[in-house]
Design a protein around this ligand. Sequence first.
Ligand SMILES: N[C@@H](CCC(=O)N[C@@H](CS)C(=O)NCC(=O)O)C(=O)O
Length: 235
Amino acid sequence: MGSQENEIVLYTNRRCPWAHRAHIALDELKVPFKEVTIDLDTPRTQEYLAINPRGLVPSISFNGEIYTESAVVSWLLADAFPSGKLVLPSSAAGGPQQRARIAFFVDTYFSKFQGGLMKLFGAKTDEEQEPIITEAVDKLVKEIEPLLKNAKPFFGGSSHITQAEVLTGSFVIRLVSLTKVGIYPAKLSSSIAERAPNFWKWAEAVAAHPSVTGIYDEEKIIASTKARIAKARAS
Ligand SMILES: N[C@@H](CCC(=O)N[C@@H](CS)C(=O)NCC(=O)O)C(=O)O
């Protein structure tokens, strides 16, 4: 499980949206790495707990040192391989401002939208879903839609994926793909498309991007999400 000096090792599980962030970053930056899959269905081994005492994925070994937490890992990669593609260096003109805007966008995505959306999985009936959808879309319209008005098609008018998409893309592809197959109610996507068109256009571009689709196994994610919903509804 160990790494050689200078070799990047990503400890991951491809079904995990947090780990997926690191895959998107590595793909975009064209950085070679060794992938080690951590079995999340069984207790973590002592060997992995020595790498990440929290037992979570992702973790990364970089220059012989371990870094954990997907946001930390993604920023480390963007800064260690500064192509300027994902994000400008903080020393570049406009860099601090771009980084601040991306940080605000990502914080808003998770604090104002993603958490509320997850409540849908706990809803036991269609009636219970209604207010959850309304609240999630209201927040999307108020908080996120304005931040994507200049997306072209990506964040901040970028024609290529940025660090904003690295950090949200794995969740966005799940939203788009699970909506398509009816796991998220049709009312959610029709309401988003109507009330937050900037967001929906951006989301569809993100969900179709090769760095985001790369490790996404739609069939497996659909099956595991269905199982999760069935468990929540039965409890
Ligand atoms: N805050 C962490 C969350 C990572 C996380 O929750 N990973 C899940 C898989 S999606 C995990 O490793 N779960 C293992 C467990 O809870 O035992 C991050 O951003 O890296």
